[in-house]
Design a protein around this ligand. Structure first.
Ligand code: HXC
Ligand code: NAP
Length: 291
């Protein structure tokens, strides 16, 4: 069931949704589903050829309308141009998905200052730029709208070897909760999704290079013993930008099969203990009564 579409067919009818990084991976999966639910879609990223190809594929698969606008989210004027092109084509904008990201694994001490700030600029400054441009527009027009930020579970735990990304995603999470309160009065809802492992080429090439994908198999880190399916993320995202979630504001929803909690609980490693050993442990712990 989890890989099946969840909402009714017209759930996003009449809405125009902008997805940064919408030409590949999870952005593409979310966008394709939004179109199936009746939305108009704007996808944006740096590579115009990738965007154009995805837009054509999406239109063919769904019969919906897709506008592809190339934009580096680090550049505010380029983001303003996405807003202008959106209004020119669709006449309105209803939801912004801050999904574009940059990331790679590295010991932090090996990073140049430029490498560190490159990730901060794409993830944090890029999300800020988009949020600011679209937010100002919505406030000026007195138009209710929603923002959905794609973060990660290490936005709240932190993580070694992806420190620039952890810092940036932590910042995006702080912005999510802050603006949920500040912009709630304008009818702008701000929420986030923290996905666990959902295989995509962009992430896997940079985070699990070579044979790391086998050595560090994400499935083993997840209590449910599987990675995520793109449709289940798309289902959650569609719900969060739809009016069915009209009272959800300032929330970060984790969709990771329990992965981050498995790493957090002090005794979770006891999973490795076989059943027969539990019998003798039970005897020992029971006999400790009164000691
Ligand atoms: C160390 C590196 C590096 C690496 C780049 N740099 N790659 N340093 N190790 N592997 C350094 C460069 O030497 C340079 O510093 C600086 O970073 C900028 O590099 P550029 O190549 O000039 O940057 P740019 O062209 O802007 O490309 C950005 C990028 C690239 C992040 C480096 O990988 C990219 O375009 N990524 C976009 C897609 C992506 O990352 N998707 C994954 C998202 S996954 P110097 O000092 O030499 O100038 C994700 C999942 C989280 O977030 C959780 C998963 C479970
Ligand atoms: P992806 O396919 O690499 O997506 C990243 C997108 O960001 C690309 O389309 C890329 O396109 C775009 N992008 C990068 N730099 C940009 C810039 N400066 N300006 C505009 N666009 C830019 O990876 P993904 O796995 O689908 O990741 C999507 C989101 O999910 C990210 O926020 C990521 O952190 C998050 N996430 C993913 C996972 C996972 O398991 N996959 C887990 C947790 C969180 P261009 O190169 O064309 O610019």
């Amino acid at each position: 069931m989890y890989n099946q579409p969840m909402l009714r067919d017209d759930a996003l009818k009449g809405k125009t949704i902008i997805i940064t990084g919408g030409g590949t991976g999870l952005g593409k999966a979310m966008g394709t589903y939004f179109l199936k639910l009746g939305a108009n879609l704007v996808i944006t990223s740096r590579k115009a050829d990738v965007l154009q190809k995805t837009a054509e594929e999406m239109e063919k698969e769904t019969g919906g309308r897709v506008l592809a606008v190339s934009c580096d989210v680090r550049e505010y004027e380029q983001v303003e141009n996405v807003l202008a092109e959106t209004l020119k084509t669709f006449g309105r904008a209803d939801s912004l998905i801050n999904n574009a990201a940059g990331n790679f694994i590295s010991p932090t001490e090996r990073l140049s200052a430029n490498a560190f700030s490159t990730i901060i600029d794409i993830v944090l400054k890029g999300s800020v730029n988009c949020t600011l441009a679209f937010g100002k527009h919505w406030i000026k027009e007195k138009q209710p709208a929603s923002i959905l930020n794609i973060v990660t579970t290490y936005a709240f735990t932190g993580s070694a070897y992806v420190v620039p990304s952890a810092c940036a995603k932590g910042g995006v999470l702080a912005m999510t909760r802050s603006l949920a309160v500040e912009w709630g009065k304008y009818g702008i809802r701000t929420n986030a999704i923290a996905p666990g492992p959902f295989p995509t080429k962009g992430a896997w090439d940079r985070l699990l290079p070579g044979d790391l994908a086998e050595k560090f198999d994400f499935k083993n880190r997840v209590p449910l013993k599987r990675v995520g399916d793109h449709q289940e993320l798309a289902n959650l995202a569609a719900f969060l930008v739809s009016d069915f979630s009209a009272y959800i504001n300032g929330e970060v929803i984790t969709i990771d099969g329990g992965e981050w909690l498995q790493g957090a609980g002090q005794f979770n490693g006891l999973e490795a203990i076989p059943d027969d050993l539990w019998d003798s442990f039970a005897q020992m712990t029971r006999s400790a009564k009164g000691s």
